[in-house]
Design a protein around this ligand. Structure first.
Ligand SMILES: NC(=O)c1ccc[n+]([C@@H]2O[C@H](COP(=O)([O-])OP(=O)(O)OC[C@H]3O[C@@H](n4cnc5c(N)ncnc54)[C@H](OP(=O)(O)O)[C@@H]3O)[C@@H](O)[C@H]2O)c1
Length: 293
């Protein structure tokens, strides 16, 4: 397939680009800067200049593609307003990509997050939460899946809280940044909450399988570790950085505090069985050993 991808220069996207190119696909990748364009070119993709706010660029990128994978997100958690702006930008971008593919039968694979299911592992059948600071992202994903009724082979790959590679990425990566800044490897909540995780190289394989095979309107879980206790994550970070490991109030983490403090383990049993997906790369706690002081 000739695939158009957004976010192809990111942690997950760069793994997806390599996975696609390594399996006979060609890739045109949205690039918002010279440095991202150069990185994408070096990776073997065709850079396509534009950004998420440039809807005509997105449509032009998608129009000749056999399939589209969307991963770009501003990831600006600096304030509630900045986050709301990022969510609105992504929503408009997905709507434009969906319009371009309507009636074509071509795949549109978007990224999403695993939901939480109190007292048990969440599954692919659980709905996404539409509350909280990123609830708008869930509504965008639902709108993409609804395009199944309008001739788009739409699907979502739900990511666990930490998608990691070489010890960086996701919520664990944010805890590492905060630990470096504050001198304390903190963990929020009652320290028993668990977060699911996956290595980016394993997540990339699932994106390819879903692009190639997923029926319209379906959601999949890129979950390797069903739930790593956050205190265990903080312990590795503290040891690697030589910092004390302490519980800190959830409010310390601003708009992310409530999400950080929630127990949210997740399963990928249905995805593994149906898609034949089998993660092979290191689990999160092992990968965090790559953190350098
Ligand atoms: N990593 C995780 O643990 C995790 C967990 C759950 C969900 N996710 C979701 O998965 C997706 C990818 O995550 P990631 O970890 O790979 O993120 P990342 O490393 O921060 O990469 C973000 C990508 O989006 C691009 N981008 C950001 N804003 C853009 C804009 N306005 N216009 C065009 N491109 C833009 C970036 O381009 P530049 O290279 O030019 O900056 C980069 O390619 C995001 O939607 C994220 O929320 C990630």
């Amino acid at each position: 397939m000739h695939v158009f991808i957004t976010g192809g220069s990111g942690l997950i996207g760069s793994a997806v680009v390599a996975e696609l190119l390594g399996n006979g696909h060609t890739v045109r990748a949205l690039a918002r800067s010279d440095s991202s364009a150069a990185a994408l070119q070096d990776a073997g993709a065709e850079p396509f200049r534009g950004n998420l706010a440039d809807l005509s660029a997105l449509r032009a990128g998608a129009v000749k593609a056999d399939g589209v994978i969307h991963l770009a997100f501003a990831n600006d958690f600096s304030s509630p307003a900045a986050l709301a702006e990022a969510v609105a930008e992504e929503s408009a971008a997905l709507a434009a990509l969906g319009e371009e593919l309507t009636g074509s039968g071509r795949p549109l694979v978007t990224v999403s997050g695993t939901p939480r299911a109190p007292g048990r592992l969440s599954t692919e059948a659980d709905p996404l939460p539409t509350d909280g600071p990123v609830g708008g992202r869930s509504r965008s994903v639902t709108a993409v899946l609804d395009l199944a009724t309008r001739g788009v082979r739409s699907s979502a790959v739900r990511m666990p809280r930490t998608v990691h590679n070489q010890g960086t990425g996701g919520f664990a990566g944010l805890l590492t940044h905060i630990a470096r800044r504050t001198g304390v490897s903190g963990y929020p909540g009652d320290c028993t909450q668990r977060w699911p995780a996956v290595h980016a190289l394993d997540a990339a394989v699932l994106f390819r399988l879903v692009l190639e095979n997923a029926p319209a309107g379906t959601a999949w879980h890129a979950v390797d570790d069903e739930g790593d206790a956050v205190r265990d994550i903080a312990a590795v970070i503290g040891r690697r950085l030589g910092l004390p490991v302490e519980s800190v109030p959830a409010e310390t983490y601003g708009s992310l505090g409530a999400i950080f403090a929630t127990d949210q383990p997740s399963s990928s049993a249905h995805t593994r069985q149906t898609m034949g997906w089998q993660p092979t790369h290191p689990h999160l706690l092992d990968d965090l050993e790559n953190i350098q002081p």
